[in-house]
Write a protein that binds this ligand. Structure first.
Ligand SMILES: Nc1ncnc2c1ncn2[C@@H]1O[C@H](COP(=O)(O)OP(=O)(O)OP(=O)(O)O)[C@@H](O)[C@H]1O
Length: 608
């Protein structure tokens, strides 16, 4: 993912449209509630507008002419008080309704965003910054709630009251109403100025908050490296600088509110009152006009307050629009391609109707993996793999070695379909890579990554990884990976919680769990990505024994820096600058005087 600032489409109109579309989609199942909320708010506004009209009737028809019709006066007074209370009650109920709607929308949106992130192609995560991504799923989706509860509610409510009040004023005295309306351009000018002043600060504050999250996540993730490199002070200073810029941006926002918006609108309130009273002063006051004056003074507060409320929501609106647009931009990122969609749909239907696993690829005689003239470049014009062709028979154990940057991990990424093949073709068990449905592919191909990724869960859950496996299958996999004994020695055996990232285990033990996890799916092809780089020689021997025992049953393709891991492989493929330089068993490659493998091997022997 690019830096956060780049994620924000610069076109404000597009941002707003994206935010509105997102809101609409998120609230779709609750549309009925939204309709009712608007209806009740209209009723509340009508009641509120009715209050001063009753007050006017009380003054004009009873108090000034001393016409003491007690029942009617009591009814008008009760109406005057009740309309306000009922309007407030209705508003409160609608706020509760909209809050519920907002919570449900956030829940739906969060699930959608997380589900989407899970299906993004690996290439996306090359660019992604974890903290920012987390911020997208947590903070930014929360902005939708703010949009509903604060922005939408207040804006709807205020606009309805505003329109109702203006209509009531026009009905009472259209001439006075035009004086009030004549001051509206001044309000628009204030809002415009406020926007100009605060908008850049709002956008900046939002982006900087995301940076703060990003820096936190990065530092916590790499804490051991950070402390080992004595970088605490530097990181603290960097954080401080970002935090200070964030504070400045927030303060700029606050200043716009404190020094422009509030004082200007308060001043406008006074000007309006003065204008209305002045106009009355110019007229021949009749008894009936006292009531109108009372109603107008009541209404002016009802014009100014909604305007203040609407304007105050603008900064919130901007923040929420920016956040929603970023969520929308993330949702626009294309998913990893669905391979063989018809087949996948068929398998999904089959899977739903039975507990059977996906059918396996059948071609018994085809090579486990065949590469034909593979070319690949991350950056167009800078290929890292050149015309790579390779056949690996079923049941073979093949080691892939080469210097740093020779293309080993890239080759593995292509086999794992993290990136689409650009030139050439790859087949797995006779089937073109792109024709294999995801479930089928994952059943056939297991991966043991360089860094074993462990969940903060039990040993059993870590091996099963959400798959529907029996205890017997889990135990068999652990035995095959030589992890069974040490798991049993934990205080609750397979039920022992392994701590965050498997912190209770040694690196070697984590790796054995990762191997057990890969084997639990009974793959026919097992890919190991430098799985022995971080483990001690003793655990490496355990891994070697485990691999030996799999020989002939599972095709093993192991990338290894540590050549002792693949010494016994049937074949070792040596990559050099993205090309196959040598290929053969250890003994044969060691015969090539001055050969790349021989040199690599002797160097490691010397270093050992
Ligand atoms: N995501 C990426 N984007 C751009 N270039 C990349 C990316 N990953 C790797 N490269 C480049 O591709 C080349 C091959 O890298 P690769 O990781 O495949 O090598 P490797 O043999 O696995 O190296 P190592 O042993 O250090 O892991 C290198 O020049 C590397 O800089």
């Amino acid at each position: 993912m690019p830096a956060d600032h780049d994620l924000q489409p610069h076109d404000a109109r597009r941002q707003t449209l994206q935010a509105v579309a997102l809101l609409r989609r998120a609230a779709q199942p609750d549309q009925r509630h939204l309709g009712w909320a608007v209806l009740w708010l209209v009723l509340a506004a009508l009641l509120e507008v009715l209050g001063p009209i009753m007050g006017k009737a009380l003054i004009d028809q009873h108090l000034l002419p001393h016409r003491l019709d007690w029942p009617r006066m009591a009814a008008l007074l009760a109406g005057l008080l009740l309309t306000g209370w009922v309007a407030s009650g209705l508003r409160y109920l609608q706020l509760v309704r909209l809050s519920g709607l907002a919570m449900r929308s956030v829940r739906r949106l969060r699930e959608q965003v997380y589900g989407h992130v899970l299906r993004l192609p690996m290439a996306f995560f090359d660019r992604a910054i974890t903290g920012q991504l987390v911020s997208r799923v947590t903070n930014d989706t929360e902005a939708v709630k703010t949009l509903y509860v604060q922005v939408l509610f207040v804006m709807l409510d205020s606009s309805i009251v505003l329109i109702g009040t203006v209509c009531a004023m026009a009905w009472l005295d259209w001439h006075l109403m035009t004086i009030v309306l004549a001051l509206l351009p001044a309000v628009l000018a204030i809002i415009w100025l406020y926007q100009r002043w605060s908008a850049p600060a709002v956008t900046r504050a939002r982006a900087l908050r995301s940076d703060i999250n990003g820096q936190m996540a990065e530092s916590i993730g790499g804490m051991s490296v950070l402390q080992a490199s004595n970088a605490e002070a530097r990181f603290a200073a960097r954080f401080q600088a970002t935090n200070a810029r964030h504070y400045e941006a927030r303060m700029a926002e606050l200043r716009a509110n404190a020094w422009l918006l509030r004082p200007a609108l308060d001043l406008l309130n006074i000007v309006l009152l003065a204008s209305v009273i002045f106009t009355f002063g110019q007229r021949q006051m009749t008894a009936t006009e006292v009531g109108v004056l009372y109603a107008f003074i009541s209404y002016i507060a009802r014009v100014i307050e909604p305007l203040i409320q609407i304007t105050m929501q603008f900064s919130q609106l901007q923040q929420s629009v920016v956040a929603s647009a970023r969520v929308a931009a993330l949702l626009e990122e294309a998913h990893a391609p669905e391979h063989a969609p018809e087949l996948a749909a068929g398998l999904a239907a089959e899977h739903a109707s039975s507990t059977r696993a996906a059918p396996r690829l059948r071609d018994a005689n085809a090579p486990a993996v065949a590469l034909r003239h593979i070319e690949f470049a991350y950056v167009p014009g800078q290929p890292v793999l050149h015309d790579l062709s390779l056949d690996i028979a079923q049941g073979d154990f093949v080691g892939i070695v080469g210097h740093t940057g020779s293309g080993k991990s890239t080759l593995l990424s292509l086999l794992l379909r993290y990136y689409p093949v650009q030139h050439g073709a790859i087949t797995i068990l006779g089937a073109p890579l792109e024709s294999i449905a995801n479930t089928q592919f994952r059943a056939e191909v297991g991966l043991v990554p360089q860094e074993p990724f462990l969940l903060a869960a039990s040993a059993r859950e870590n091996i099963a990884m959400g798959r529907d496996l029996t205890d017997a299958q889990i135990e068999a996999a652990a035995r095959a990976a030589h992890a069974h004994d040490f798991i049993l020695a934990l205080e609750h055996g397979y039920g022992t919680a392994l701590g965050e990232g498997g912190s209770r285990l040694s690196v070697g033990q984590k790796q054995l769990i990762a191997i057990a996890r890969a084997l639990a799916g009974q793959p026919r092809i097992l890919l190991l990505d430098e799985a022995t780089s971080h483990i001690d020689s003793q655990t490496e021997q355990i891994v070697q024994t485990a691999l030996d025992e799999l020989r002939g049953r599972v095709t093993i393709i192991a990338i290894a820096h540590r050549l002792s891991t693949i010494r016994e492989a049937d074949r070792i493929v040596v990559l050099n600058h993205g090309r196959i330089a040598e290929s053969g068993p250890h003994a044969q490659l060691m015969q090539v005087d001055g050969g790349l493998y021989q040199r690599l091997y002797l160097l490691q022997q010397l270093a050992a």
